[in-house]
Design a protein around this ligand. Sequence first.
Ligand SMILES: [Zn+2]
Length: 406
Amino acid sequence: MSIYIIKAKKIITVSKKGTIDHGAMVVQNGKIMNISTWEKINQKYHQVPLLDYSDYIICPSLVDCHTHLLEFGPPSQFPITQETHLLAGKAILLNTLCAGITALGEQVCGNPICDLRVSELKRAAQDIPMDISFAASILSLGFKRLIHFTAVTGSTPVPREVLVSKEVLETLASENEYAGENIFINATPGNFLESEVPNAGELIYSQQELEYIVSIFHEQGQQIGAHAAGEPGIQMALEAGFDVLHHAHGITDSQIEKAARQKTQVVATPLGGTHLKPNTFAEIMKMVNAQISVSISTDAFLPPYEKNAVALQNDRKTLMGPEALMAIANPYMKGMLEYGYSENEALALITRNPAKVLGKETQFGSLEAGKEANFLIAEGTPGIEIVNPNKIKAVYFRGEKVVSRL
Ligand SMILES: [Zn+2]
């Protein structure tokens, strides 16, 4: 079926068109050809097959722009060996797709267990009906003795000086596909116990080094993002001109203003991921009010931050994956509605804004003529009315139905 019309009770476009009640889309060759009210579409198109989902809503499929599913995910989810590492990665991707996510921003940091490069992970994922962008990264872990890995040196830890080597940075920039967590300005606790990572939060680079790293990426026409938390680390990132701040836990009011002026994007990770507490609802709202493009991401797999105010559906102490995206975004999205924002603006936190982080906002993340037909059929608005992936009845990727619970 290379052309079809699909209609629903309402379409949340996350575009200038906002929500279209009794809306319909014409999909041809994987792209949206027209989107309007059913009345107008019905008048204009004849003898085009119709898919009628009048009991459901349609919205863009979800985007999780900060994940670690292929490198660190597999051994955390399955008792695998090197031989079955990528198979486990694919199982995780299928599960992600079933949760309504059709685009990911994956970090490649250099995994101590499995020696995989960006190119190998790309090849492994190429048959998955999903758009995956890879960030080539340098990981710094806050053990008693700091340990660093890079996406271009694989599973062997590297000494500190390698992190600012011109050759390594140029290779990273050339393999990099988007402004992910490219470097860790502060050492991360990872998923280790507090006692195991006493140096989590430690600043890794000087201001001069950060400016040098940014210049190498920008010279190659690459945007660059950083893991940053706490006032000093965030200040350094803002002054060095990073395009995207990942986490930004502990961002101050004046830093929010500076980020807004510079058009720095923020990827918020309510499950945790740094040495500090995740941002509160009030902090996220300050960023949204300042018109910073804020995305919510799982940073999967993470254990939920224990003292997190986020009201998760269950009290799982286990690691949480991308299937939790709607649940973790829920308090922020509902809060936005209470502050007078529309459901389109709230849904942008897990669709259009993360698509922008990936540099692919002209391709997907909202439903508009000319964009890829990546969308969901759901019982309600994801992250607002529904948080359980089972309430997503179908997932479409480039016009093809790839998940069906109908
Ligand atoms: Zn991360």
